[in-house]
Design a protein around this ligand. Structure first.
Ligand SMILES: C[S@@+](CC[C@H](N)C(=O)[O-])C[C@H]1O[C@@H](n2cnc3c(N)ncnc32)[C@H](O)[C@@H]1O
Length: 304
C-alpha cells in the first residue's frame, strides 16, 4: 500500500488542455466558479514537526495563498441515461478521477448475485483511462475488491466516511460509516498542499515547510437526512454530502482537471466540481436522476 503523502513526488500526469472536448462530449456548459483552490508547483521536502490543521483551507486562506490562481470555470457535461459500463467503454480520453458510487448490494438498489465480479469489471474499465479511481460502498462490500485491483493501480488509501446521525441499526450497532477505496495509477499526482492551513502556507512560502502533511483518511460529514443538509437535499435516496466528496477531489485534482462520475445520482460530484472549477462528466442509468442532476447544476444534458 502506498502512503498518500509519499506519492506527491511522483511524476506529473498529463491532462489534455481541454479534456472533455471529444465529439461525444460536445454539449458543454460553462459554469461560474464560486471558490478557488490554489495550484502549487512546490516539491515535497522531507519531515516537519506535526502542525495542527483543518481538513481544507478556508476561502480566505486560499485567496491569500501566493500560488493561488483563478481556476478556469468548470465545464460540466451531463450525458443521457446509460449503464455505467456503456459510459466507461465509450470514454476515449484520460480523466484525472473516476468516482464510482454504485448501489451497495443491499437495501436500496437491491442485490445482484454477481455484484463483486460486476464491480471489479467496472473498476477495471475505469482504471483504463483514470489516474485515480474512487470506489464507494459498505466496508464489507468494497473489501472484496482489495484483491482485484487492476495491475496499473495500487491502493492509495482506504478512506472512511464517518457520520453519527444515521437512524438505522445493524445487529445492535448503529450504522455510522461508508468506505471508499482510493486506487491510484503509479504516475498519479496527489495534492496534499490543498489542505495546508495558513501557518503551513506561510512556511511553504518561506521554503521552511519540510514535508506536506496530508488530510485524515477518515472524513466526518453528517448524513443528509431529515433537517440535516436541507439546502443540499435533492430527494435522492442515497445522496452523499458534498463535504464527503470534496476532500477526494481536492486531494486528486487541480482546477481544470476532469472528474467522471458514471453513476452520479443527484449530481453531488458535479456540484463539488462546479464549485471548485473542475470539469465533470456525469451520467446515471436512471432518467429521473439525470433530470435531478440537470436541475441541481443548472445544466442540460448533451444530446449524445
Ligand atoms: C449511491 S447512488 C449515487 C449517489 C451520488 N453519489 C449522490 O451523491 O447523489 C448510486 C447511483 O448509481 C446509479 N446506478 C446504479 N447502477 C447503475 C448502473 N449499472 N449504471 C449506471 N448507473 C447506475 C443509481 O441509479 C444511483 O443513482
Amino acid at each position: 500500500m502506498r502512503d498518500a503523502a509519499s506519492t506527491t513526488a511522483g511524476k506529473t500526469t498529463s491532462t489534455p488542455a481541454h479534456p472533455i472536448s471529444t465529439t461525444k462530449r460536445k454539449a458543454v456548459a460553462s459554469t461560474p466558479r464560486k471558490t478557488s483552490a490554489p495550484t502549487s508547483t512546490q516539491k515535497k521536502p522531507a519531515r516537519l514537526a506535526p502542525v495542527k490543521r483543518s481538513l481544507r483551507p478556508s476561502s480566505a486562506q486560499l485567496a491569500s495563498a501566493p500560488s493561488a490562481s483563478a481556476p478556469p470555470a468548470g465545464h460540466l457535461v451531463i450525458l443521457p441515461p446509460a449503464d455505467v459500463l456503456t459510459t466507461l467503454r465509450a470514454q476515449r480520453e484520460r480523466v484525472t478521477v473516476t468516482m464510482l458510487d454504485p448501489w451497495y448490494n443491499k437495501g436500496i438498489g437491491g442485490e445482484r448475485p454477481d455484484y463483486h465480479d460486476w464491480l471489479a469489471e467496472v473498476v477495471a474499465e475505469a482504471a483504463r483511462f483514470s489516474d485515480h479511481v474512487f470506489v464507494w460502498g459498505f466496508p464489507e462490500i468494497v473489501a472484496h475488491q482489495i484483491g482485484r485491483i487492476p495491475p496499473t493501480h495500487t491502493l492509495a488509501a482506504w478512506l472512511t466516511w464517518y457520520f453519527k446521525n444515521c437512524p438505522s441499526v445493524i445487529r445492535g450497532w448503529r450504522s455510522a460509516q461508508n468506505a471508499c477505496l482510493h486506487l491510484a495509477h503509479r504516475d498519479a499526482r496527489l495534492h496534499p498542499e490543498h489542505f495546508l492551513n495558513e501557518a503551513q502556507r506561510e512556511k511553504q512560502r518561506q521554503g521552511k515547510l519540510r514535508y506536506l502533511p496530508g488530510p485524515p483518511s477518515v472524513i466526518e460529514a453528517a448524513l443528509i437526512i431529515g433537517f440535516v443538509g436541507r439546502r443540499e437535499q435533492q430527494g435522492h435516496p442515497s445522496q452523499k454530502p458534498e463535504k464527503a466528496l470534496e476532500p477526494l477531489i481536492e486531494m486528486t485534482t487541480v482546477p481544470g482537471d476532469t472528474v467522471l462520475d458514471p453513476m452520479c445520482g443527484s449530481g453531488t460530484t458535479g456540484a463539488v466540481c462546479q464549485r471548485l472549477g473542475r470539469h465533470a462528466i456525469l451520467c446515471d442509468m436512471d432518467e429521473k436522476y439525470v433530470q435531478m442532476t440537470e436541475r441541481r447544476l443548472g445544466v442540460k444534458r448533451s444530446q449524445g
